[in-house]
Design a protein around this ligand. Structure first.
Ligand SMILES: Cc1ncc(COP(=O)(O)O)c(C=O)c1O
Length: 476
């Protein structure tokens, strides 16, 4: 099927004068970013103005950010320039949003073209061809190995999750309970904060959603972990028959610690859900695009068993995909905005690159980037075993697994996963020139979401030089 943008081209799209101007702007961009070739310390001459700017950031928001980030608007792929004059390797990308890092010429050109559209924001009543093409792309890719047939678009992961839950609730006649994994994260609305398994995120929120938490796969227990999870699920289904709107599962846990699980684990639980007529919702907002398949469910062969899937971040606009059976009645899903025209334009450019750019498979770009990350962690562990004591889990068990995740979801666990030491390291790492964050709720891991579209495996080299320096500083 021709995509709708080609079928209904925008009047300006084929104007050579416009294309010429955009090329000239992109050339100026390339020249401006060419000087950003590696990390650079802050410029002492800018300290005063930067500190003053950060005070304003804190004043207007009501609290300071977790890291002193204020960009100049200039970057070069994985490198970003901050207003204090420093240049950092951005291994976080606004929590995995910027697949092409900073100032990618193709993405900027797409955004410039989008800027000529009649609309800045598109909505459920005012769609141009690009918003439909975005939704069609999602359905086409998902439908290759699932029965997902429709797509509702919105501008945050949390909002598409709200849509998913509403569709599940309507389908089950208003069932009030939700089954979710421990340590899950779904966003920050009143309802998603309640389902997310993190007490501070729902402090002071009146609890109106009833959640039954399931243990996630425990690699130390192996098949026994599957038996335990099945036992838990049976208990819930028996205790509250007909009361569950859905089982929501992240197939790779994001905030929860970049935890993965084998197909058998999910299948055992999905089969019980199917018997009990509990819809299964797969939240791929964080993992979408980053693993060895575009949708993680493809790698696990789970597509045909899913009722609802949500995606976001890398795609720029967010999507709730559902089967024809789950299609809700009119009125349940809408909203003023779907997303901005530039989000659709950049999102489509990113999605096509993901589909056609050799990212997937055991030999694809995502797998190679991950393998190079693991090799660097292994080297670091070998050189400095003192920074990698055994990792202690919530039950006090020790393991010597210091690296984890999959594809462009990379985690390592220094300092035994101790929260304070990991946080101290992340602060020093930022100062030294690499941006990363933590994930997990104990053990705490160092989380990296590199810009998979532009990051080359050999670029881990300068990143890990800085990691080593920061570890030496923070371990001392
Ligand atoms: C798995 C998962 N679901 C949902 C969300 C919420 O997305 P957003 O922050 O765009 O609302 C996130 C955000 O980190 C996420 O990781």
């Amino acid at each position: 099927m021709t995509d709708l943008i080609s079928a209904l081209p925008s009047p300006l799209a084929s104007d050579p004068a416009v294309a010429g101007h955009i090329d000239a702007i992109v050339e100026a961009l390339r020249a401006s970013q060419a000087s950003l070739t590696g990390a650079r310390p802050a410029d002492p001459a800018r300290k005063e103005s930067f500190d003053a700017a950060m005070k304003r950031v804190a004043a207007v928001r009501g609290r300071g950010p977790i890291m002193p980030y204020l960009g100049t608007g200039r970057g070069n792929g994985p490198l970003v320039e901050l207003a204090d004059g420093s240049v950092k390797w951005d291994m976080l990308n606004g929590i995995g949003v910027h697949m092409f890092g900073h100032g990618d010429p193709r993405m900027v050109a797409a955004a410039l073209r989008a800027g000529l559209s009649d609309l800045c924001m598109q909505g459920n009543l005012t769609s141009n061809a690009d918003s439909v093409a975005f939704a069609e792309f999602m359905v086409q890719e998902a439908a290759r190995s699932s029965d997902l047939a429709h797509c509702f678009v919105s501008n945050s992961g949390c909002m598409v999750n709200e849509a998913a839950l509403k569709a599940c609730m309507q389908k089950t006649g208003g069932a009030p309970r939700v089954i979710a994994f421990q340590d899950c994260f779904l966003g920050r609305s009143v309802t998603m904060s309640q389902i997310g398994d993190n007490a501070p995120y729902r402090q002071g929120i009146a609890l109106s959603t009833q959640v039954d938490y399931m243990p996630f796969f425990d690699p130390q227990l192996g098949p026994r972990s599957i038996e335990m999870a099945v036992w838990h699920l049976k208990q819930y289904l028996h205790r509250y028959p007909g009361q569950h709107a859905c089982f929501v599962m992240e197939l790779v846990q994001g905030e929860g610690g970049f935890n993965v699980a084998p197909r058998e684990f999910f299948m055992a639980l999905i089969e019980l859900c199917k018997q009990a007529k509990v819809p299964v919702w797969d939240d791929e907002v964080q993992s979408f695009g980053r693993t060895e398949t575009m949708f993680r469910f493809e790698a696990l062969g789970l597509g045909k068993h899913l009722d609802v899937v949500t995606v976001g971040k890398i795609s720029q606009a967010c999507a709730c995909l559902f089967t024809a059976e789950m299609n809700p009645k009119p009125g349940l899903l809408s909203g003023t905005f779907t997303a901005s025209t530039s989000a659709f334009a950049v999102g489509l450019e990113a999605l096509r690159t993901l589909r056609d750019g050799g990212f997937y498979g055991a030999d694809g770009r995502n797998a190679k980037l991950h393998a190079a990350f693991r090799a660097h962690v292994a080297r670091l562990v070998e050189r400095h075993p003192e920074w990698f004591p055994p990792v202690r889990d919530a039950f006090g068990r020790e393991s010597r697994t210091f690296v984890g995740g999959t594809g462009g979801m990379c985690r390592m666990t220094p300092f035994g996963g101790d929260k304070d030491r990991v946080m101290k390291f992340l602060n020093v790492l930022f100062e030294e020139g690499v941006m990363a964050l933590y994930c997990g709720h104990g053990p705490y891991h160092v989380r990296m979401l590199p810009p998979i579209g532009v990051m080359q495996p050999e670029q881990w080299e300068p990143v890990f030089d800085i990691v080593e320096r920061a570890m030496a500083r923070s371990a001392g």
